[in-house]
Design a binder for this molecule. Structure first.
Ligand SMILES: Cc1ncc(C[n+]2csc(CCOP(=O)(O)OP(=O)(O)O)c2C)c(N)n1
Ligand SMILES: [Mg+2]
Length: 365
């Protein structure tokens, strides 16, 4: 469902999949006349590989956590990779990304090295948080990737502030993108951030993932409106919904929202529907998720869906898929093995600042 006449056309996800399938088949034939149609095909494949990398890395983190090798929490984006990868894929140098706990995909696409992640979770003193934070508060602000303060709405204001700073400096053509869970959409900080974003008309995209739970609280105990995207209008945003399990739809809808924000339209809200296919964190067995809800269409696994589509359409063969899996696993193993060999921090002897690494701060004191 879309809330602006201009965006109506992009929001019918099943029609989109049909359109993409057609484009992919056409592109596959390789005729010259399809040259202009190649972008969606290549974008889809690129996105799928990022999803695969994110899932492979997170599966490894889960296994390290179960083996007692990670202290602190491990929070995964399993099932939300299509949304998260699409969030990173349309950003460019000079943009701002403020990711949350389920955004391994977006982080990687926006340039976060795997080694940063491995070092952070494994407590290496060479990590961006110098081994002082065990999970998701890492960032590279000098490169536009904000370090997360909280999952519950704090990052909207931070992103608005970063965008206003860019405006004051006379920069052009930039956008900021931050994410939120449906639970976070009811936090006061989120409301304040959304309001000021529209007042200041900053080029912002907020991608909300309704994964149907905020920890163990189900949707019916979280909000009473019909469609969370309806809230966009009240803030002065343009709003849109998307099936978060459908990679083609996520690419189209989130890509279009980024394009509109960059073109100077009002701030954009996209609400994606999924099911969280993990516990809130790896400490949580999610036993409160009912068998009925697991049968809903929003409970599909976006990675499996994309994989089935690629195989069915003969866009990749099983051997290629296996190679991609092996490559992703090798990258992950490599990053983890490196971080595991590195020393832990020495709190008494080291310099310290809020980000733990002075060179990551925009303007060192
Ligand atoms: C004030 C506060 N209360 C509770 C928490 C713990 N907490 C972090 S995320 C979260 C649930 C968020 O749900 P949602 O916004 O739907 O995001 P999801 O986890 O589903 O991605 C909770 C309870 C917190 N970080 N801060
Ligand atoms: Mg949620």
């Amino acid at each position: 469902m879309c809330h602006s006449p201009e965006v109506k056309i992009i929001c019918a996800s099943s029609a989109l999949t049909t359109k993409l399938r057609f484009m992919l088949r056409t592109a596959e034939r390789g005729a010259n006349k399809v040259e202009t149609k190649r972008a969606p095909h290549e974008r889809y494949l690129e996105a799928f590989r990022w999803m695969l990398r994110a899932r492979t890395f997170e599966d490894k983190l889960a296994s390290l956590y179960r083996g007692g090798l990670i202290s602190g929490g491990v929070y995964l984006g399993r099932g939300q990779e299509a949304v998260s990868v699409a969030c990173g894929l349309f950003l460019q140098k000079g943009d701002i990304l403020a990711p949350l706990i389920r955004d391994q995909g977006a982080r990687m696409v926006f340039g976060e090295p795997l080694l940063d992640v491995a070092r952070t979770y494994l407590g290496s003193k060479h990590g961006p948080m110098r081994g002082r934070d065990g999970n998701i508060h890492r960032g590279r602000p000098a490169e536009g990737c904000m370090a997360m303060i909280s999952h519950l709405g704090a990052m909207v204001s931070v992103t608005v502030g970063a965008l206003m700073a860019k405006r004051f400096k006379g920069e052009r053509d930039f956008v900021g993108l931050t994410t939120i869970g449906e639970g976070g959409m009811s936090a006061g900080a989120w409301h304040e951030g959304m309001n000021i974003a529209a007042v200041e008309q900053v080029p912002l995209v907020v991608v909300a993932t309704n994964n149907h739970y905020a920890y163990s609280t189900p949707n019916e105990r979280e909000f009473a409106c019909h469609d969370l995207a309806d809230r966009a209008q009240g803030y002065g945003f343009e709003g849109c919904s998307v099936d978060g399990t459908d990679l083609a739809a996520c690419l189209d809808v989130i890509g279009s929202a980024v394009k509109r924000a960059r073109a100077g339209r009002p701030p954009q809200l996209v609400v994606a529907s999924t099911l969280r296919l993990a516990g809130h964190g790896e400490h949580d067995d999610a036993s409160y998720v009912t068998p009925e809800i697991r049968k809903e269409s929003f409970a599909q696994d976006s990675l499996k869906r994309a994989e089935a589509f690629l195989l069915e359409s003969n866009l990749i063969d099983p051997a290629t898929l296996e190679t991609w899996r092996d490559e992703a696993a090798a990258e992950v193993e490599d990053a983890v093995a490196t971080a595991q060999k590195e020393p832990a921090p020495e709190a008494e002897t080291e310099d310290w600042c809020a980000l733990s690494m002075r060179h990551l701060v925009d303007q060192p004191a």
